[in-house]
Structure formats: C-alpha cells, structure tokens
Design a protein around this ligand. Structure first.
Ligand code: FAD
Length: 489
C-alpha cells in the first residue's frame, strides 16, 4: 500500500486522512496536542461543557460526504438538527430581532420593526445567491492554481459571470444601498466577520456568506460541535488510520534533487517515511518551522492576517429566557469597532458581543437552572498588544453592555470562568498570531492570495485547512481536503 502522513488532526487533517484512506493509502496522523480537533475543541468545567471554538455549523453535507465515501451511514455516527431560529439580535436602541430560518417570517419581522422592507431582504438574498452561483465552482470547490480548473465548462460559465460578484465595492457600501435601515445593513455586514474580515474594507463578494445560512440552513449537532470531531475520528480509526498524539512534527523531509519529492516527516528526531504528506498546520508555520530550506512564497505568507477572538467561557447561575442559542449584542457604532480592530489594532470600548448558549438545546451542557455562555468578541491578531490590560477592560465593558441590554445584572451570575485570547489560540492550535481564519479577505484579490493546496516546489506535498485555499471555517476547511483528494491520483 502507498503511505500517507498527515500533520495535524484539525478538521481538514482528519478529512484528508479519511479521503486518502478511502483512496487506498495507509495513513498516519501526527498531532502535537493530546487530542484531535485543533480549533474545534471542548472545555469541561464545574459541570459545564463548552465548545471552545466554532459554534455555528453550516453545510453539514460536507461532513456527511466523508461517511458516505467510506460506505457508511452518517447517522450511525452523529446526528444534527436544522435550527428554526438562526440568531437573536439586540440593539442599543432597544430593537430586538429573532432571525427565523423561515425567511418570509424574518423578512416580515424586519418590515414590521424597522424602516427596511421584506422586499429589500428578498433582493439582498437573491444577490447573495447569484454571488454563490457565480463563484462556488471556481473559488471554493477547485484549485484556483491549476490550468485544468479553468477548462471545465461550469468554471468558464462562472468566469463569464464575474461581473455579478460585486467585487469592486465594499460590503458595507453595498449593504447601505440594499437597506434603508442602517441596523439591517449592520446585521448583514457582520457576515464579513465569519472569515475574520472587515466589512468596511472587504469586497461585497462576502455577501455570499448569508446564502449558506439562509438557503442551506444553520445546524447544531445533537451532542455539540465537538461531536463532529469525535464522529470523524471514530470513522478514521475504523478505517485503520493511526493517530499519534503529543507528537509534534519538526520537519518535512524531501529529496535533494533538482525536482524534490516528499519523503516523510521528522518527529522527535525520528524519520517516518511516506509517499504523500499533507500538512494541516497554519501555512505560515509550515514554512517557518517545517520547510526551512525551501524558498518561501513571501507575498502569500505576508498577507494581512484575519482577526482573532477573545472568548470568555462563563458558567452562569440562572436562566435567561430572552436569549437563544446564538445571540448578538450590537455596538452602536460598527465602523468605530472595526477601525479599532483593523487600524488601531485594539479593542473598541463598545464591542459587538456574540453569546452562544448550547445548553438552550443540549440540556446536559449545563447543570439544572444554569447556562453555559460562550461570550466572544472580535479582536485583532496578536501583534504584541498588552492583552492582560485589554482583556480586563473588555470584560468590564462586556458585562456592562449585556447587563444594560438585558436589564439584569449578569455579573453576579458568573460562577466559573475560563478565557481564550489570541496568544492562547496561537499556542493551543498553532495559528500564527491567533488568527481564526488564516489571512483576512479585506481586498478583492484575497482569494488569489491564499496558498494553493499543493506545493509547486516539492512533489506530493499538500496543504489543507483554514489558512490555505479556499479559506477558513469548517465548510471551507473540509473543501480543502476535497481539492487535495482531486489532486492525488
Ligand atoms: P486547526 O483547527 O487549525 O488544527 C491544526 C492542528 O494542527 C492542531 O490540532 C494543531 O495542534 C496541529 N499542529 C500544529 N502544529 C503541529 C505540528 N508541528 N505537528 C503536529 N501537529 C501540529 N468555523 C466555523 O465554521 N464556524 C464557527 O462558528 C467558527 N467559529 C470559530 C470560533 C473560534 C473561537 C475559532 C478559534 C475558530 C472558529 N471557526 C469557525 C474556524 C474553524 O474553527 C477553523 O476554520 C477550522 O476548525 C480550522 O481547521 P483546520 O483543519 O485548519 O485545523
């Protein structure tokens, strides 16, 4: 059997391993941590369970596909439900919106409570769909870096539609033209943060993102986000894939010829041979630490990083009936918040706060009468800011804001706490500067400035995960594994 080694057991690494195994490879995964999952991790504390990273699950079909490829029924491994309510939005002026997955209902609510109309919502989401149709084959599902990708008829059709992808104005500008009410423009501007970008700089092409939620739906695994990892690891182990935990890869080994070929990896000074190597690490660290003697693609590596996050995991004594699974508490001045993050590299005094409470659906995630709050704000990638001071200030501002908008003193309900910040995101998951999604998508060329899924210098070396093409987030990370699958014969 040919041998493959995958470096890193993040979601894309596990997906790549499954695909290679199905292709007939004998696969070993080396993972630096003691557990699989990378950014998809969980925390247990005082009877509470938290998903530490991703909380929103979209495009579950990309996970199902892996089970089907292996000839298994996905439902035998993990279950998920389609959410009826996508998110609850809270504004400083008292406006509250409960975004229903039933679009007509949501559009009607917007029409009733704001100056925007149902028609505006419909026009906006139609545009979102057009962008999806014009881009997904080229930008998401194929390598942008191989001529053969452009020779498909559906790719060519997409290229003819490029005029429709709204790449030449910012998302915020486009959304101002779609919506009379600034608060609705703000609601849809937030989607830029799904890949760690700034709606005031990023192209309106990012308006593709709501299509995933409003057309395909938002989902929740029955046992929480970490059960996606657990299910995929179970499948991988059944396929005979070997996981080696606490094994940090030190180097990728390749032959010394004019056209080098990959030979394996070095772990704890020992060499493990392989015909194919897939790196699931942040591409920045792959070059910096594992491929020291090869020319670095400086332009790609030096792109602006995506934003990072500051998260408080709070065990809350009490139930909050105003809140749902996903909740957003908006700042009054969104541009000021993004200027603080992107221009001043700091945290605004009134940040938009996202709170996820999985216990609203998964009762076992919190003891009776209490709730598990995942409280997150967007923050800049780590450039050596004084995080301890920033975290203290942010904590005070968040508590004041949520207490104000819920009209209830939340601080007294916090019974236990853990914190994740850009520094710990980098040390725990190997993500350079703690960026959540690799590079930012703050300009219209970003899609072309992500590293391809293969090495043009070393034969049979591939790259998957949120820092390379097609981008960050679970669905795109899974697509990177699929593109590699298409490239390996
Ligand atoms: P990663 O998760 O980055 O894993 C890489 C793995 O490589 C790690 O396990 C690491 O330990 C290992 N590694 C590093 N160096 C070495 C080495 N030298 N040797 C061996 N192993 C090594 N996405 C969504 O879709 N929805 C969300 O709601 C969402 N929210 C998020 C919230 C937070 C707080 C975070 C952090 C991320 C969020 N994301 C979300 C993004 C999503 O988590 C990532 O895009 C995705 O999980 C990245 O997976 P990956 O395959 O790139 O690997």
């Amino acid at each position: 059997k040919p041998k493959a080694i995958v470096i890193g057991a993040g979601i894309a690494g596990i997906a790549s391993a499954i695909r290679l195994s199905v292709k007939g490879y004998e696969v070993d995964i080396f993972e630096a941590n003691s557990k699989p999952g990378g950014k998809l991790a969980e925390i247990k504390m005082n009877g509470f369970r938290f998903d530490a990273g991703p909380s929103l699950f979209t495009m579950p079909q990309y996970v199902d596909e892996l089970f089907k490829l292996a000839g298994k029924n996905p439902e035998d491994y993990f279950e998920y439900q389609k959410l009826k309510e996508i998110c609850r939005y809270f504004y400083e002026d008292g406006l509250r919106l409960n975004a229903s997955a039933d679009l007509d209902k949501f559009a009607k609510e917007i029409e009733e409570k704001t100056d925007s109309t149902a028609k505006e919502v419909e026009r906006y989401l139609n545009k979102s769909q057009t962008i999806y149709e014009a881009t997904h084959r080229v930008f998401l599902e194929r390598s942008l870096h191989k001529i053969k990708s452009y020779l498909h008829w559906d790719t060519l059709k997409s290229i003819f539609r490029f005029g429709q992808i709204d790449a030449f104005r910012t998302q915020a500008k486009a959304n101002r033209s779609f919506f009379k009410d600034d608060r609705i423009a703000q609601l849809f501007n937030r989607y830029a943060t799904y890949n760690g970008s700034d709606p005031y700089q990023a192209p309106a092409t990012l308006n593709i993102i709501p299509h995933f939620e409003y057309h395909y739906g938002a989902f929740l695994p029955k046992n929480g986000m970490y059960s996606i990892v657990a299910a995929l690891v179970k499948l991988a182990e059944e396929l005979g894939i070997r996981f080696h935990y606490n094994q940090k890869v030190e180097e990728i080994i390749y032959s010394n010829e004019r056209k080098p070929e990959v030979q394996g990896v070095k772990v704890n000074d020992k060499i493990y041979k392989a015909d194919v190597v897939v790196s699931n690490l942040d591409i920045w660290f792959t070059y910096k630490n594992l491929l020291k003697n090869i020319a670095q693609p400086k332009k790609l590596l030096n792109q602006e990083r995506s934003s990072s996050a500051l998260i408080f995991y709070w065990g809350m004594d009490g139930n909050y009936s105003d809140m749902g699974l996903h909740n957003i508490f908006f700042t009054e001045d969104y541009q000021k918040e993004f200027n603080a993050i992107w221009k001043d590299k700091t945290i605004s005094s009134d940040p938009t706060v996202y709170i996820n409470i999985s216990a609203k659906h998964i009762r076992g995630d919190a003891p009776a009468g209490s709730e598990n709050w995942f409280v997150m704000i967007n923050v800049p990638a780590n450039n050596g800011q004084n995080w301890d001071v920033l975290i203290k200030e942010a904590r005070t501002n968040i508590i004041k804001k949520i207490s104000r908008l819920l009209n209830r003193n939340i601080e007294k309900d916090i019974i236990c706490e853990q914190i994740l910040d850009p520094r710990s995101i980098e040390s725990k998951t190997g993500s350079y500067q703690g960026a959540l999604y690799g590079n930012s998508s703050n300009n219209q060329f970003s899609a072309f400035l992500r590293h391809p899924n293969f090495s043009s210098k070393i034969k049979n070396l591939f790259f998957c995960g949120g820092s390379v093409h097609p981008g960050g987030g679970i669905p795109l990370a899974l697509l990177s594994a699929k593109i590699i699958d298409d490239e390996i014969h």
